[in-house]
Write a protein that binds this ligand. Structure first.
Ligand code: NAD
Length: 367
């Protein structure tokens, strides 16, 4: 009793471009964390994106979906090629690499997208904000609803009174709001216990429902402080005083826009992990950046966003919080002395290293 080793199945989609290089380093770090914290990981490789097109003619196969469903979580690199030169982009849109991503989100019911924005002390020069603003610290996560709202509502273009009229419907049900709000509240409980609902409740009926549902739920989480903010103000506050945010919860389109703004606030795209969560504990974890075909195969990619995505996988899907913390600490420690090219600034006193070396340094720094 109680001595059985914890073991998990982790799906691995290396993907295209720099994907295989950065995922290999993340797996190396995961292996070390598993060893140090007493659990085991079985990796299940699967294809998606351009490499799946090359092998099967389509970006996402049923086999990949079935394999993913048999796993506790999936770690992904990134997919896609250079749209100007890659033959994948001669195909019709539904057969291109990105269609695989939309397909897998749908097939696995990934309704909550999390983008983390953390300004690391040693990388504060990458932040475009004034020193006094950045100096207050930046560490927040945006929970963006991923499968509802304006992007998935009914759409039509018709001729009315002799002119074209286009309509996109923005609707949400209580249950769609409740399932992501629950995840956001639970995350806030594990963080600094503050949740900000971003909406446009002064003009949108759907936003008023978000407020109603979230304020009803707030009673179940008395330890979490809940704020409500209009999206236009939130766009301003993200650059005016980002330190005020901990967990930001919002609908699909607002989240789409704010999460890109949030990426800029902390500067380096090579450092930002993301997670897409389903009901229960299953999730797909990937860096926020793309497949960077311009630097693929050159040992020049920064693997840290993927390594930090692996830490999120441990925290959110496997519940291996200590191992997740250890990876994040290792990354912060390594950055004091070493940088990949994208993070390197002249005269910063650090050594410039490639993808493989960076992965090894982080793995070795896990305690
Ligand atoms: P990108 O994020 O791949 O690259 C933008 C710039 O950032 C490039 O100069 C690249 O070299 C650099 N960069 C990105 N990641 C880096 C890293 N880890 N280390 C160092 N430098 C890094 O965006 P893009 O060029 O617009 O897109 C390239 C391909 O990626 C396209 O096919 C696009 O559709 C795809 N893409 C995929 C995803 C995904 O898999 N979720 C997300 C975004 C873009």
């Amino acid at each position: 009793m109680g001595t059985e080793k914890r073991s998990y199945r982790v799906g691995v989609i290396k993907g295209d471009g720099i994907g295989p290089e950065i995922v290999s380093q993340a797996v190396r770090v995961l292996d070390r964390a598993a060893q140090a914290y007493g659990f085991s990981l079985e990796y299940v490789p699967m294809l998606m994106g351009g490499c799946s097109i090359d092998q099967y003619g389509i970006p996402l196969t049923q086999e990949t979906i079935d394999k993913a469903r048999s796993c506790d979580a999936v770690l992904m690199g990134s997919i896609g090629g250079d749209p100007k030169t890659s033959p994948w982009y001669q195909l019709e849109p539904s057969k291109r690499p990105e269609a695989g991503l939309l397909g897998i989100r749908k097939a696995l019911g990934l309704f909550a997208n999390l983008r983390f924005s953390v300004l690391y002390e040693d990388l504060k020069d990458a932040c475009p904000l004034r020193e006094d603003i950045a100096g207050e610290g930046i560490d927040f996560v945006i929970f963006r609803e991923l499968t509802g709202g304006l992007y998935f509502g009914e759409k039509k273009t018709e001729v009315v009174d002799g002119e074209e009229k286009a309509t996109d419907v923005l609707s949400y049900t209580e249950s769609e709001i409740r399932r992501i709000a629950k995840k956001a509240f639970e995350s806030a409980q594990l963080r600094r216990k503050k949740l900000t609902l971003v909406d446009k409740a002064n003009v949108l009926e759907s936003s008023r429902l978000w407020r109603k549902v979230v304020s009803q739920m707030a009673g179940n989480y008395p330890d979490v402080q809940v704020d409500y903010m209009y999206v236009d103000n939130a766009a301003m506050q993200l650059v005016r005083r980002p330190s005020q945010f901990d967990v930001v919860l919002t609908e699909n389109m607002f989240g789409d826009i704010l999460s890109d703004e949030a990426s800029m606030v902390v500067g380096s795209i090579g450092m930002q992990p993301s997670a897409s969560l389903a009901e229960g504990s299953f999730g797909l974890y990937e860096p926020s950046h793309g497949s960077a075909p311009d630097i693929a195969g050159k040992d020049a990619a920064n693997p840290l966003a993927t390594i930090l995505s692996a830490a999120c996988l441990l925290r959110y899907s496997l519940g291996e919080t200590k191992a997740a913390d250890a990876i994040e600490r290792a990354v912060m420690g390594v950055l004091k002395q070493y940088r990949t090219k994208d993070l390197k600034a002249d005269g910063d006193g650090t050594e410039c290293v490639g993808t493989i070396r960076m992965g090894g340094l982080v793995a070795d720094a896990i305690e």
